[in-house]
Design a protein around this ligand. Structure first.
Ligand SMILES: [Zn+2]
Length: 323
């Protein structure tokens, strides 16, 4: 690994669990001059290189000009990457059970040769992302805390994390719904679903683990999805100031209190919203308040109760779409 000056690889990481608005936040932050929206970088090996899913620009991943340039600079082309080998390392070091291994400081090369090798690959990838994008700050909404901690271990990495949370009942309701994926493809392919208990358990696990990053010293800011969509401009200003990379108000001209203007992007994986361009109205998705079954709502509230209250959500919520 090359010895770069500490802190020159700036990564703004969006952590938490799925269906919490992370793709929307990624794209919003990515509109700030100097910031570059990447989507879920940890999905590059599977969704990008293996499945060749469309990039945010609409092109299949392997045809996208941006990602082709990144692969060329990092590895001399994606075909030079031993994908089976990388996928094995990815499954080993970038899943929730790997958390204890990546919580510590940089691994000893002789004691952890596999992890050292995977970090070497990630270092080439992120250095290339910074060079090809020309960005000052890379925005990575990979969500999983293990990936955040891997990025933190890269030489010269300056990782700052926004922990995006959403009411567990809204998240669980969203995971039950069928959401069509791969909008650029003719056949109907749907995103993964979970029942209320499975979704609640995962909501707890991923949010607890994301909170751990704060305890080991990662600069950390909590953001609630509901606050982001209610006051997008104000909340973006606040979280960027809290991450330590404040922006001038003029840099936020793309967002008002009701609308955001989105430009073309090169995001890997994420919610289908990544294909949206132009002016988009921001409104809170609170369909769950009207449509979630009372029994599902009770289960999710009971399982996630202490954390839900910890994030400042009310335990009893009336339906009808009002607060
Ligand atoms: Zn692209």
């Amino acid at each position: 690994m090359s010895a770069k000056a500490a802190g020159d690889l700036r990564v703004l990481y969006i952590g938490g669990w799925g269906r919490s608005g992370s793709t929307l936040l990624d794209r919003m932050v990515g509109q700030v001059p100097g910031f570059f929206s990447l989507g879920e970088v940890r999905e590059i090996w599977q969704s990008g290189l293996t499945e060749n899913r469309p990039c945010g620009c609409g092109a299949p991943f392997r045809d996208c000009v941006f990602w082709t340039a990144v692969g060329q600079e990092a590895f001399g082309g994606w075909d030079r990457v031993d994908l089976d080998d990388v996928l094995k390392m990815w499954r080993r070091f970038d899943r929730p059970w790997a958390l204890p291994r990546v919580l510590r400081r940089r691994p000893h090369p002789e004691r952890s040769p596999g992890l050292t090798r995977y970090l070497g690959i990630l270092e080439r990838l992120y250095r290339s992302l910074a060079n090809v994008s020309g960005a000052t700050v890379l925005v990575d909404s990979s969500k999983l805390p293990t990936h955040a901690l891997l990025v933190r271990l890269l030489p010269g990495a300056d990782l700052r994390l926004i922990h995006l949370v959403r009411d567990s009942r809204g998240v669980a309701f969203s995971w039950e719904k069928l959401v069509r994926d791969r909008v650029t493809q003719p056949e109907a392919v749907y995103m993964e679903t979970y029942g209320p208990v499975g979704a609640s358990a995962r909501w707890l696990l991923y949010n607890e683990a994301t909170g751990l990053t704060r305890r080991i010293g990662v600069p950390y800011t909590l953001l609630r999805y509901e606050d982001l969509v209610a006051r997008p401009r104000e909340e973006l200003t606040r979280v960027l100031a809290q991450t330590g990379w404040p922006v001038d108000p003029s840099a936020l001209s793309f967002v008002t209190d009701t609308e955001v203007f989105l430009t073309p992007n090169h995001t890997v994986d994420g919610n289908p919203i990544r294909f949206s361009e132009g002016g988009m109205r921001i409104r809170r998705d609170d369909e769950w308040r009207r449509k979630m079954s009372p029994s599902d709502r009770r289960w999710v509230t009971a399982i996630t109760f202490p954390r839900l209250v910890g994030y400042g959500y009310p335990v009893v919520v009336r339906g009808g779409g009002s607060r």
